[in-house]
Design a protein around this ligand. Structure first.
Ligand code: NAP
Length: 506
């Protein structure tokens, strides 16, 4: 290991060390010591973000675009070190970290292009109608404005793309909102070096250091202090349902409640329709096994549940999936705690009424190997626990009797990030019947593919009804995600010279 973290917090452009310490727990290589966070340090970071807000909100779109691009360049300049520490801390392969870095810098650059274009401002103008009867209409102009300082909590499974300089941070900075990141305990060194890149970019451009701070964790009090700080105006969170719900509730209970954009877990149901099962059941089973095991199954879009119509075609699908999963060697999970939670989740599924174990594993420590179970639809519907996410490479097959029962099962799913249809042309009638249910259930509906890849694009929706997310009508991936950190302001009869520059041109 050539990279040694300095172990300090990054507050308003300064490295700040604290007496309390925490240690990293890497999957390989040396552990390092980091200053632990505290409510006092959070308050310092929030005060700096608050002080920086009005100046940052007044920057031009071009200035913020250049900031985003400079952050991307600074991340690229630290590329090898990021890969090294990221891979050691998380156990994710180097190639995965390199790919995720490309996604992260791509996201920053995409937001630069997006704000330069200006369409995201959604500028509207109702011109004055002084002679209108019975009442004149005033001159009305509207534009989206930044919401204020944003708190960001990244997830353990995407140490770059959903973390310190991930989608939430990129969207908030693009909007003109300062950011305070709460570092994730599973990758403090990765968070630190990416934070250093953001600090370096701000310094290079002579911008206010308060626009970005990183406070490492330590105890739950750090995150709690962050979401309840009165200077924070919105939260971007990616993580578990339990953690997200706890912080969401704190946001709602504040004297001034604020939006909490939580990206939580999902089981991402995949419906294998009969014609597709007959034509290519075994291929679908093999593909499913591959999708289930990418990154040790630690994807929020992991298709954990497949719904098939009972019969020989279902058997072909299940047998191929089982063979595919059997061939996958044990993989390292992100933390010891996650590996334990995975095994206890698998135990809970295996002990549920009606569940048959098709593939079990006996991994220990931080490693995980796949499990496969199947269950009749009636038993699945009778046990709500079976629709909860088990984070890891675990597949559950629900066997339905007929098309009607498939629709009943579909209606029993709670909110999901994605829903998938595997179908051929002869399946279109059933697909048509399922689609209104899937649309209600999920943020993204896909056909004949697997949901694990999430394209960063203008059209992407990564979110969904609760409990997949608390993002009511929003997405955390793609350019539309900037909307979370903006709010519309209407300017009535304001002299043009006093309007924000972006409205004056209109
Ligand atoms: P996590 O355990 O919920 O942690 C996320 C962050 O929240 C950490 O910084 C954690 O701090 C903090 N936190 C959690 N509970 C808290 C509480 N009660 N009070 C204060 N802070 C709290 O999630 P994770 O294990 O990192 O991530 C894995 C989960 O994320 C999976 O369920 C996965 O499906 C989901 N995920 C969702 C998406 C999506 O886009 N929907 C993407 C990736 C992952 P501490 O570490 O200090 O506890």
């Amino acid at each position: 290991m050539t990279f040694t973290p300095h172990g300090d917090h990054l507050i308003a452009g300064e490295r700040v060390s604290a007496e309390g310490k925490l240690s990293s727990a890497p999957a390989s290589g040396n552990a390092f010591e980091f200053s632990a966070g505290s409510p006092e340090l959070v308050a310092e970071a929030c005060a700096a973000a608050h002080a920086a807000f009005s100046g940052f909100a007044a920057t031009t779109r071009e200035e913020r675009a250049v900031l985003l691009e400079t952050i991307a360049d600074e991340i690229d300049a630290r590329g090898d070190e990021i890969t090294e520490i990221g891979s050691a801390e998380t156990g994710l392969p180097e190639a995965r970290l390199q790919g995720e870095r490309g996604r992260t810098t791509g996201q920053l650059r995409l937001f630069a292009t997006h704000i330069r274009d200006g369409a995201y401002l959604d500028r509207r103008h109702d011109t004055a109608l002084p002679d209108r009867q019975p009442l004149p209409r005033p001159d009305l102009r509207m534009m989206q404005r930044p919401i204020g300082p944003v708190a960001v909590f990244g997830a353990s499974n995407f140490p770059l793309a959903f973390s310190t300089a991930g989608g939430d941070t990129a969207a908030a900075l693009a909007a003109g909102c300062p950011v305070v990141v709460k570092g994730h305990g599973a990758h403090p060194g990765t968070g630190e070096i990416v934070g250093d890149a953001i600090v370096a970019a701000l310094a290079k451009l002579g911008m206010d250091g308060g626009i970005f701070s990183l406070v490492q964790g330590g105890t739950r009090a750090v995150g709690e202090a962050l979401v309840t700080d009165p200077r924070i105006k919105a939260v971007g969170f990616t993580g578990s349902l339990g953690g997200g719900r706890a912080l969401f509730d704190l946001c709602a209970k504040r004297p001034e409640p604020i939006p909490f954009f939580g990206e939580l877990g999902s089981v991402n149901p995949m419906f294998v329709l009969p014609e597709a099962a007959t034509a290519r059941g075994a291929d679908l089973g093999t593909g499913w096994a591959a999708s289930l095991t990418i990154g040790a199954g630690q994807f929020c879009t992991n298709p954990g549940i497949a719904i098939v119509m009972d019969g020989p075609e279902a058997d072909a699908f299940v047998n191929a999936a089982s063979e595919g999963l059997k061939a996958v060697a044990a993989q390292t999970m992100l933390t010891d705690g996650m590996a334990d939670a995975y095994r206890s989740g698998a135990r809970r599924v295996s002990e549920a009424a009606g569940v048959k174990s098709l593939l079990t594993s006996t991994c220990e420590g931080r490693s995980a190997a796949p499990y496969l179970f199947d269950v009749p639809a009636e038993d699945w519907m009778a046990n709500e626990e079976l629709s909860e996410e088990v984070f890891g490479p675990l597949g559950l097959v629900i066997r339905v009797k007929d098309a009607e029962q498939m629709q009943v099962v579909a209606a029993n799913f709670k909110g999901q990030l994605t829903a998938t249809l595997q179908m051929d042309e002869g399946d279109f009638d059933l697909a048509r019947a399922l689609l209104p249910v899937l649309e209600q259930m999920a943020g993204r509906v896909l056909a004949n593919g697997f949901p694990t890849g999430v394209e960063v694009a203008d059209t992407m929706v990564h979110g969904g009804p609760y409990p997949a997310s608390t993002n009511f009508g929003a997405t955390s991936v793609g350019t539309l995600s900037i909307r979370r950190f903006l709010r519309p302001v209407c300017y009535q009869n304001l002299p043009v010279a006093l309007l924000p520059a972006d409205l004056q041109a209109d």
